[in-house]
Ligand binder design. Structure first.
Ligand code: NAP
Ligand code: G4F
Length: 324
């Protein structure tokens, strides 16, 4: 019998890579998407006919129970969220509702449905925020710095609490930043690779950015979705950090990207725009993935330089196609 998985946030970056990964493993994959006036399947257009799309919303309790009944999953991956940190100051209530309470609603739906289902919660390094220990470990105290980080912390704790209260197989994967060719355009990495590709092709001259000094531990999304699956195959549920252990500044990201297209001095191409500064910044994030390596043998396979180059080459290809 094929295993069945339900993925919330299926059209997002991770949701689409996880679908690819699970289909390769012969899962039946169901994807929860919310209704929108224009379909947003840029990342999943290649999956039409392979993934079964269900309509639902993490802010609507009954729609989640209905999705469970329709998919009867063995595993639920809760990847749906308002995931953009900057936006969370504009819509803190909606962010808390979907990103925080959404996890509670899915856990309640699983309890109500009554089947033993393994649950994965997409937790984040943003919960460490102003890091009190570098690199962060699973035991490091949390200090979130945005409504998004606070919401994710609620989702993390409710996942753990339901595991302890009801003996559910719940895992919280604390993933550090990860990117891919499918990353949304508002996130800094994709904004840079798209911007550099445009400059290289003569379509634009400048990229407007915010804080260039923050540092992130950037990995590659396809490596990270494998870790999500590995966590759900463990004997006992637990929480794990997934990271590379390295961190780089936005300036270093710009260096690698511009150098890749032969531009050494990029300063005239980058302007700092106060619109992209945040009310409270997370200056540095770096994680220790030692527990994941030890317990299930996971380690990252894509270097920082390769990640930047893959994203940039893809944006150049897409823009050339668009131009033609
Ligand atoms: P993403 O590309 O922004 O995808 C998020 C998905 O959630 C989108 O498909 C979005 O659908 C969906 N969604 C938003 N509101 C919803 C709602 N009310 N009901 C149902 N679905 C909703 O994010 P990602 O980068 O793939 O990340 C996946 C998850 O991991 C997120 O929970 C994120 O917070 C978390 N995370 C990400 C990273 C990272 O670096 N990428 C690191 C740690 C944790 P629409 O298209 O309709 O908006
Ligand atoms: O790319 P970002 O928007 O990602 P951020 O805030 O680190 O959040 C991402 O990673 C989290 C895991 O740590 C996830 F939970 C979350 O869902 C999301 O995927 O910003 C990265 C850094 C920040 O310090 C930001 O201030 O880049 C800085 N930055 C500088 N200029 C910019 C810009 N960020 C954006 N989005 N746009 C800019 O123009």
């Amino acid at each position: 019998m094929k295993k069945r998985a339900l993925i919330t946030g299926v059209n997002g970056m991770d949701g689409s890579h996880l679908s690819d990964f699970l289909l390769d493993k012969e899962y039946e994959v169901f994807g929860l998407e919310r209704r929108s006036s224009v379909k947003n399947r840029t990342n999943t257009s290649h999956l039409e006919g392979k993934v079964r799309f269900l309509t639902g919303d993490l802010s609507d309790q009954n729609s989640l129970l209905r999705a469970l009944k329709e998919s009867n999953p063995d595993e639920v991956y809760n990847l749906g969220a308002q995931s953009f940190v900057g936006e969370s100051w504009n819509t803190p209530e909606q962010t808390s509702d979907v990103t925080g309470l959404g996890a509670l609603r899915m856990l309640e739906a699983i309890r109500e449905y009554g089947k033993e289902i393994k649950f994965y919660q997409a937790s984040t390094s943003e919960m460490f925020g102003r890091m009190v220990e570098n690199p962060a470990k699973e035991t490091t105290p949390f200090y979130p710095r945005s409504p998004y980080g606070v919401s994710k912390l609620y989702a993390h704790w409710i996942t753990k609490n339901y595991r302890e209260s009801y003996d559910m197989f719940n895992v919280s994967g604390i993933l550090f930043n990860h990117e891919s060719e499918r990353r949304g355009h508002e996130f800094v990495t994709r904004k840079i690779t798209d911007g550099v590709a445009r400059i290289f092709l003569g379509l634009s001259d400048q990229i407007a950015l915010g804080n260039l000094d923050s540092r992130r531990d950037w990995g590659y999304s396809p490596d990270y979705v494998e870790a999500m699956w590995m966590m759900l195959q463990l004997e006992d549920p637990d929480d794990y950090i997934i990271a590379t252990g390295e961190c780089h500044s936005i300036r270093e990201f710009l260096d690698v990207a511009f150098n890749h297209v032969g531009i050494e001095n990029w300063s005239k191409h980058v302007v700092q725009d106060p619109r992209y500064m945040r009310p409270a910044e997370v200056d540095v994030l770096r994680g220790d993935y030692g527990k994941a390596k030890n317990d299930f043998g996971w380690s990252p396979s894509t270097s920082f330089e390769n990640l930047v180059k893959k994203m940039l080459d893809n944006d150049i290809r897409l823009l050339k196609k668009e131009k033609n």
